[in-house]
Design a protein around this ligand. Structure first.
Ligand code: ADP
Length: 510
């Protein structure tokens, strides 16, 4: 990290300069206040902009163009033009450019982490973790580009030979969320670029600065103009820009990570053009602890899975199902761990739990706790907004006596709330775990080998953590079943979302 300097950001909305926290000089280079279209930094055609706030203290940390449909059309056109060249590059050439981007991302890891922290609020140590994870997708896809194999199919007749080749689908529109502003972009863009697609990215309105910083480094790496485009929009413009992505004949594929509600809307909108779609939506992960488990490891896994990003991840454990004979021990040990959290501004090194992203999220979490208490739940620890720290902070909270009529039993919490539910039999735990329309991740702890295999197969989810609370990796296939989404990201499957199979039939050979 370079030397720290005082940084004053100019609000493009009000024209005023607002001094903010000290940032390193290297980080400042990556803080952009323009969108990125066709290889050029650009303001919105309307000249409108919106400010970006640090959720830890409400300070403005950046100001970016509020682009609308007209700007998005430009970006799609730029991506379409670039596609005609990019699709002809060899996988090796694409791999080399991705590797250059990766090397720069690695070099600027600490600076990128600062940007993630000031706009997403997560503690710096977690942001460094996200940056390492996000960078790893570019590393992975730089290599995978060269392994997009086709097939030679044994022909049933002598006069023909049959070959299946994989080709890039075209322009990919990528809509990303605020909870992993770095990794959700690289997980999609890395795969798209490796496949030979170009892309238009719309980052979340809460966290556009990270996406722009990544684009700056892609530019510096020599990725040609138009191959990556970033369109920043306010929440007001997001639906219209999203609709354009879904309906434009120049867009071949749409990939979205975010809420189930918006995902369903995009799925519907994409039907008019029968567009390729990848959806990574909400989860409602069960975290089951059986009697045979190593309780200390289960408690550590519970803390890691629940409190990363203050509970705001789609694979966060949502319902803790604990076998009755170990219930009290588990709850006590978990409570002890929870007392150790240091709530605060993510830029302060001792902070281990940051704020929620915005007021709506705080209100939702508070409502869930109040609803549970009103219906008979007991608060073992926490239970309230941590208003003494700041407006968007919430105490790590542990609830027991939770029943199926409570909001926190059924809905994705997206906050630092642990909901503990007692069960007696394995079947009961699996049934409760599966009693949801979501099916992203699930976790369980058991040292009974037969049970491990049985339960892993019965869980209705796309990903299972077995005696493990942290499962994400570029090498693994990430994605859900049921209403949690369509398609997979990461692994070699991630690239397939951006290719189609073309069948070549060679005839009259004899
Ligand atoms: P959250 O409620 O957690 O912010 P969203 O699903 O609303 O999750 O947001 C995820 C991403 O989807 C963000 O980039 C946001 O701007 C975008 N988004 C929100 N509404 C729409 C929409 N109607 N069409 C396209 N994108 C949208």
């Amino acid at each position: 990290m370079g030397s720290l300097v005082n940084y004053a950001v100019k609000s493009l909305m009000t024209g005023k300069n607002i001094p903010i926290t000290k940032l390193s000089t290297r980080t400042l280079k990556l803080l952009k206040n323009e969108g990125y279209i066709g290889g050029k930094w650009t303001v919105a055609k309307s000249k409108k902009a919106f400010d970006v706030f640090n959720p830890a203290n409400g300070q403005i940390v950046g100001s970016v163009p509020d682009m609308n449909v007209e700007d998005a059309e430009d970006a799609i056109l730029a991506a379409k033009k670039a596609f005609s060249e990019w699709k002809t590059t060899t996988p090796k050439e694409r791999g080399i450019l991705l590797r250059k981007w990766y090397n720069l991302l690695q070099d600027y890891s600490e600076d990128l982490a600062e940007i993630v922290t000031i706009e997403a609020g997560k503690p710096l140590s977690e942001s460094l973790g996200e940056v390492a994870y996000g960078n790893s997708f570019i590393d992975w896809f730089a290599e995978e580009a060269r392994r997009i194999h086709g097939e030679v199919v044994p022909s049933p007749v002598k006069s023909k030979e049959m070959v299946l080749i994989k080709q890039p689908v075209g322009v990919a529109a990528l809509i990303t969320p605020w909870n992993f502003p770095h990794a959700m972009m690289t997980r999609k863009a890395g795969a798209a670029l490796a496949a030979g697609c170009t892309c238009v990215i719309k980052p979340a309105e809460d966290t556009p600065l990270t996406a722009l910083a990544l684009a700056e480094l892609a530019h510096e790496a020599g990725i040609p103009g138009g191959v990556i485009n970033v369109v920043t929009t306010s929440r007001e413009n997001a639906p219209a820009v999203g609709k354009l992505f879904c309906e434009s004949p120049s867009v071949a594929a749409l990939s979205f990570t975010g809420s189930t509600e918006v995902g369903k809307l995009l799925y519907k909108q994409c039907s008019s053009g029968v567009k390729r779609i990848g959806l990574e939506l909400g989860g409602n992960a069960p975290f089951i602890v059986f009697s045979s488990a190593d309780i200390n490891k289960a408690v550590d896994g519970a803390v890691a899975s629940k409190f990363r990003n203050c509970g705001q991840t789609c694979v966060s454990a949502n319902r803790f199902l604990i076998q009755d004979d170990i219930f009290d021990t588990f709850v006590k040990k978990l409570e002890d761990k929870m007392t150790a959290f240091k709530i605060g501004n993510g830029m302060e090194l001792q902070t281990t739990l940051g704020p929620l992203i915005n007021k709506a999220q705080v209100n939702k979490v508070q409502k869930m706790v109040e609803d549970a208490v009103k219906k008979g739940a007991k608060v073992v620890y926490g239970g309230k907004p941590a208003s003494d720290v700041g407006e968007l902070f919430f105490q790590p909270t542990l609830l027991i006596n939770v029943t199926p009529d409570m909001m926190c039993y059924n809905e994705e919490i997206f906050g630092p709330i642990v909901v503990c539910i007692k069960f007696h039999t394995e079947k009961e735990a699996v049934d409760i775990g599966n009693s949801t329309t979501r099916g992203l991740a699930g976790y369980f702890y058991s040292n009974d080998v037969a049970q491990v295999w049985r339960v892993a197969k019965q869980m209705e989810v796309g990903m299972v953590g077995i005696n493990e609370g942290i499962i994400s990796s570029a090498e693994a296939a990430f994605g859900g079943i049921k209403e949690s989404g369509i398609g997979r990201e990461g692994s070699h499957y991630g690239i397939e979302e951006y290719t189609y199979v073309k069948y070549l039939c060679f005839g009259n050979l004899v």
